[in-house]
Ligand binder design. Structure first.
Ligand code: PLP
Length: 441
């Protein structure tokens, strides 16, 4: 392979010949080719520019190539590029301390993993060992990662061919637009979803349930912002039945919702918090579990049976320290909250008013979804073929979208500029008019 070769076709061809892709039929791939990036923008080898309104897999919360984070990774590489997890290392302690400073003093330590899936995997293990119970409840509309327990805790269709773990049961979380509970407003949806969860707990046997695993805001499942009262209700059920509440903040954490963590919007305190993605914008693979004092105490005189060669890898640790410092110094969390409220929310609402194909718009911060429907009254989702055409048109117009099922997720970096949001809104508007409108009955 000639690394100096610079054409989109050559790079795509080498990828197709050599790389086995995630979640794909290998013979029907058409990989996007990217040469470089900066902030909210990416470029291919022909100089075509894309506005990255996917943040890749909703992880580049501080945008591409942030110089302060890259400098920190380079400095750590020069000093000590790797060291075993059992070794005391100051950068690792500092990364843990910086994360602990973002949450209440109810939390005492961090267990570092390689990514989000194994963060959930280990949080589930901690909850099972702490409670002496086995079952884990999670929602059907969820994604928790692609490892043994995490993929079976996942509710979306990717779970079905992967059910090799035991002790998982699912329930429906709130989603007013397609309510499972015949609810007509948010308050009904919240009350009825909680009653349903109570029935699932009773039916599964409360004394056998170790944990409820919930995303701060279910992300890939559709940016399903929980109604007021729901999260508090889940916390109360966990307290009533002695169940550990694991909050999966892998996608919703580190600024995505305009706060450090999505659960802060509800004033609740989980028992375990899992994170990855935005903690360092994915510059080096990393994830982890934020552990409450009572669970730390449990393992004070009992072994935790788990570990990873790269737990607390120095390059990842340096990138976490620099990311959190940069987010604070540059007001990146505040930017996400403000741009969400002042530019994205009104911009998407205006699109929904104008385009019959937008059935529902929802979100907070820089975490939004537009649901495309061919019949607004029947809420008929756009087909995969129609969404494929919408995606193609958005790419052609210079916007890299995050598409899931019949939805366009609007998920730019947390430090996206107002100017880039306006450019993106104009591209969505054009593609909804010229392409998506054709699929409306
Ligand atoms: N949890 C949530 C909410 C996610 O969105 C994801 C990935 O998209 C994961 C867990 C898994 O993270 P990873 O792919 O880093 O293992």
């Amino acid at each position: 392979i000639d690394l100096n070769h610079s054409s989109n076709e050559y790079v795509a061809q080498q990828d197709l010949e050599n790389v086995f892709h995630s979640w794909s039929v290998q013979g029907s791939l058409n990989p996007l080719v990217i040469k470089s990036g900066l902030g909210s923008k990416l470029w291919d080898f022909e100089g075509k520019e894309y506005l990255d309104f996917s943040s890749q897999l909703v992880n580049t919360n501080i945008g591409h190539q942030h110089p302060k984070v890259i400098a920190a990774i380079k400095a750590q590489a020069d000093e000590l590029i790797t060291i075993a997890p059992a070794t005391a290392n100051l950068t690792r302690s500092l990364a843990a301390k910086k994360i602990l400073e973002l949450v209440s003093d109810h939390f005492k330590k961090i267990f570092f993993t390689n990514a989000g899936a194994d963060a959930n995997e280990n949080a589930i293990r901690m909850a099972r060992l702490f409670t002496g119970r086995d079952k884990v409840l999670s929602t059907y509309r969820s994604y928790h990662g692609n490892t043994g327990a995490a993929i079976v805790a996942t509710g979306d269709a990717r779970r079905q061919p992967n059910e090799y773990s035991r002790g998982h049961a699912h329930f429906f979380g709130p989603y007013l637009y397609r309510s499972e509970f015949h609810a007509e407003n948010e308050a009904q949806e919240s009350t009825r979803a909680l009653q349903h969860l109570r029935r699932v707990i009773e039916s599964e046997g409360a004394s056998g349930i170790a944990a409820i695993l919930l995303e701060g805001i279910p992300g890939t499942a559709g940016v399903l912002v929980p109604p007021a009262g729901y999260m508090q209700g889940v916390r109360a059920l966990c307290d009533e039945f002695g169940i550990i509440l694991i909050m999966d903040e892998v996608m919703s954490g580190f600024g995505r919702t305009g706060k450090w963590f999505a659960f802060e919007h509800h004033g609740i305190t989980p028992d375990l918090i899992t994170f990855a993605k935005g903690v360092n914008s994915g510059y080096v693979p990393v994830g982890g579990v934020i552990i409450s004092e009572k669970i730390c105490q449990h393992f004070h005189d009992k072994m935790f049976p788990g570990g990873l060669t790269y737990s607390g890898h120095p390059l990842a640790m340096a990138s976490i320290v620099a990311t959190i410092d940069t987010m604070r110094e540059e007001g990146i969390i505040e930017n996400a909250a403000q741009i969400g409220a002042e530019a994205i929310a009104p911009g998407l609402e205006a699109l929904a008013q104008k385009h019959a194909c937008i059935g529902n718009v929802r979100g907070v911060g820089v975490f939004w979804a537009m649901e495309l429907v061919s019949d607004a009254a029947a809420k008929t989702p756009f087909t995969a073929a129609a969404m494929g055409e919408v995606k193609k048109a958005l790419l052609a117009a210079g916007l890299l979208p995050f598409i899931a099922d019949n939805r366009i997720h609007v998920v730019p970096p947390c430090n996206v500029s107002a100017d880039d949001v306006q450019k993106a809104l104009a591209i969505y508007d054009k593609v909804l008019s010229e392409v998506a409108s054709q699929y409306v009955k």
